[in-house]
Design a protein around this ligand. Sequence first.
Ligand code: M6R
Length: 606
Amino acid sequence: MCGIIGYCGHRPAVPLVVEGLRRLEYRGYDSAGVSFVQSGALHVLRAPGKLAGLEKKLEDENVFSATTGMGHTRWATHGAPVEKNAHPHRDHEGKLALIHNGIIENYQEIKAELCAEGCEFRSDTDSEVLVNLIAKGMKLHGGDVMQALSWALGRVEGAYAIVLMSMDHPGTLWATRVASPLVMGIGTGENFFGSDIPAFLPYTRDVVFLEDGELVRITSGSWEVFNTATLAPIAKEVQHINWDVQAAEKGGHKHFMIKEIFEQPKVIRDCLLGRIDGGGVRLAELDGVPVPERLHIVACGTSYHAGLWGMYLIEKLAGIPVQVEIASEFRYRDPILPKGGLVLAISQSGETMDTLAGIKLAKQRGLPVLGLCNVVGSSVSRESDHVLYTQAGPEISVASTKAMCSQLTALLLLALYWGGKKGTLPAADCARMVTDLAAMPDVLDDALPGLRREAQKLARHYAGATSFLYLGRGMNFPLALEGALKLKEISYIHAEGYASGEMKHGPIALIDPDFPTFAIALDDELFPKVKSNLVEVQARAGEIIGLTNEGLDLAVEHRWNVPRAAGPLSAFVTLPALQLFAYEMADYLGKDVDQPRNLAKSVTVE
Ligand code: M6R
């Protein structure tokens, strides 16, 4: 998500911080800002857009005497990407400045409390609420920054990595994290904070990886780590890393795609932030929006596959009829869009031209549009009447992975939310699914390394294939389509996704010993049906990879057991398995995984 750098040392801090922000550009951003204390005053400079905007502003400033500073590149989650929402944020008295990556879930309650006490806000962000809460803590604790931080952070819920500076302590920075990345760089006569190692890599390779609930104080010559809640000191180990800049950007992974696949547990957690409450689902974005009588989902590529998956779920749990449309078809049809319906436009980038054209058509026909997208302030979010953000952070690899995981999470939330509102989903069922969904990130964290090892083995065996058939039934059919798309786009191996029951109506003619099938055959009510479809493949000497669960009676050439997950939640395991198989195939074949030929990340043309 956002890029963070903090510096205490002997060099001019502002140029160093800006240079660090430049190295964090790969995280994507919509605005940037720096702060520093100079001549006894706390300065904050911010600009919307790319870093160049901030650099232009800095040209007119004398910023060379400060040797402590911090900077931020924003990837918006709350509030539009405009200057007032850019970081750093100051408290209303202008004595503290804060940079923040993450989401404070209960910021609205805290904001109301602070407003009632006379605090004035200049932005729409949760971050400005947090810095004002810390300022309140300072008043309550006699100006002690550590006590104030401990008190304030004890009151907030959510995920964050923050760095704080104070006008009264010009040579010190404080930082802490919960569920958002933050590392400390240890130099000689200088210390650093970064959301990622590239922020400070030219200056030091000695790093301390911070854990949740740790609070750090640095000066040019010291660093100390404490427990945020108790302020008891914590001993930490300094690690020396040998990564080059490119490896550091990818968190030590070879490609952004694999990094993003491994980010999926966090993506689920982040998408759920502020949206599940006890056993229920709370979608403040949909307050006042009536439950639609019909839903028309419009999307392209991977987002379209997510929409198809959503159709099964929303129809089943919420009893709402759903039609899923490829945006480039929808826009040139004469679709029947009766009143009472809602168009759901799904797009990671929010800039896909066909999806935008679909939104325009829906609006011309008088239907409201709900945008489900990742990029805050994107065209889809601006053109839609309501927006639900997936909160997945920037996706850099052209092949979409974590974005789909976040879309599935959001679609499941929508199904539960509407099912609850309509009364089609008993509260106890909803509570069970919410609990299982909240547990899914831990399940995935455990499963991903093993899934990758299996994918590596299979990739070596199947790398010579020139064509693949992907089969799935029910909710696994859209996943079969997605598995085939992933393999095609990054390994350039032809692949077809098919509904297993439909295979006998044509594709079965292709089956021979050189045409392997990747089948999703999980423990669900359709397993016996899928199994008989696979027997048809075997009868024609086709080899099968069977993605299945332990204990199921399935005899195939390559059995790939994955952890069992309840009902629709199996998608959160199946999806990374499919992604990892495609990734390992492409990597083994030496393809340009992150930037496959002929493809663009945002398709802004017809
Ligand atoms: O940004 P969007 O979700 O609107 O993008 C839609 C497709 O262009 C995108 O999913 C594309 O299919 C990816 N390359 C899939 O990996």
